[in-house]
Design a protein around this ligand. Structure first.
Ligand SMILES: [Zn+2]
Length: 297
């Protein structure tokens, strides 16, 4: 009888330990990055494990509002941070209405002024809503948590004061390309990372290679300039060594993007390619060590 009691107490203790372990098992901290299908343009929503919300670009129109409605909690009217990679319409236009409808904590800009109606409206919306603005500069980092940050790798020096006119800027010529003033950054969550290229071309890729070398290595690469042939060159892909390349591009777009050249360079490095024109919204979930990619279609 005494032995039976001992066994019973022993079993009870084991049961309590098991329950203690079960109850203490918290869900893992998950970083969510949604590459939104907003047509021909870029818009990426990041939700940190702490619940901070970040929007990198806003796409060419108000489609981004529909996506935010879909992916944020119904009463979530707060965007903690907006990063506008550069002031082209396919990145900035959707942000105008976002600034009017959401409470935005901070906007980070590349410091380049582009004379267009869209960009002027965007700047007015910032002013009307009294949103704080910072100008990005390589070497700075945004710290979301002790193990989560966004490192700014480009533009190299503050291009504030650089002004462009939509009629005078010419793509592909040295020194006069708004795309190459894009904010380029690496989102790092423990061992996991995503490189955001904006619309930067190989000229910037080469500069990044010279400055950062092997530390460019990232699990996922948001391809520069919608998969154009002027971006994602082999030397750069070799250093980044992405397991997946994500291309934000509109179906049947006027520019014929993404280019076959960029696609085959990604394939050469064995990277899986995800495209918003074919896959819809692309969601990346990471616990800081591994990541899963989900396609809408
Ligand atoms: Zn673009």
């Amino acid at each position: 009888m005494k032995n039976q009691l001992k066994i019973l107490i022993g079993l009870l203790i084991i049961a309590l330990i098991v329950w203690f372990l079960v109850l203490n098992q918290r869900p893992g901290r998950i970083l969510e990055t949604d590459f939104l299908d907003v047509g021909q343009g870029d818009a990426v929503l990041i939700k940190t494990p702490k619940g901070q919300t970040v929007l990198v670009d806003g796409g060419p129109n108000n489609k981004v509002l529909e996506k935010l409605g879909k992916y944020l909690q119904p009463l979530q009217k707060r965007i903690d941070l907006i990063i506008l990679t550069h002031p082209h319409a396919d990145h900035v236009s959707g942000l105008i209405e976002v600034l009017r409808r959401y409470s935005v904590g901070l906007v980070i800009l590349n410091g380049v002024y582009l004379k267009t109606d869209n960009y002027d409206q965007f700047l007015n919306a910032i002013e009307d809503n009294k949103v704080k603005v910072l100008i990005a500069e390589a070497g700075e980092a945004i710290h979301f948590d002790k193990d989560l940050e966004f490192d700014i790798l480009s533009p190299n020096k503050n291009p504030a004061g650089l002004a462009f006119n939509k009629n005078s800027e010419s793509f592909g010529t040295a020194g006069n390309d708004v795309n190459d003033t894009s904010i380029v950054g690496k989102l790092i969550f423990n061992d996991f990372s995503i490189m955001f290229m904006g619309d930067a071309t190989s000229r910037i890729e080469n500069r990044l290679l010279a400055s950062y070398g092997s530390s460019l290595k990232s699990d996922i690469l948001k391809a520069g300039h919608h998969g154009s042939k002027y971006s994602s060159f082999t030397n750069f892909l070799g250093a980044v060594a992405p397991k997946a390349g994500i291309i934000e591009v509109g179906a049947k777009n006027f520019y014929g993007l993404p280019s076959q050249a960029a696609l085959s360079r990604f394939k050469m490095f064995g990277a899986n390619i995800f495209r918003t024109d074919q896959n819809g919204d692309i969601r990346v979930l990471s616990d800081g060590f591994t990541a899963d990619i989900y396609k809408e279609k």
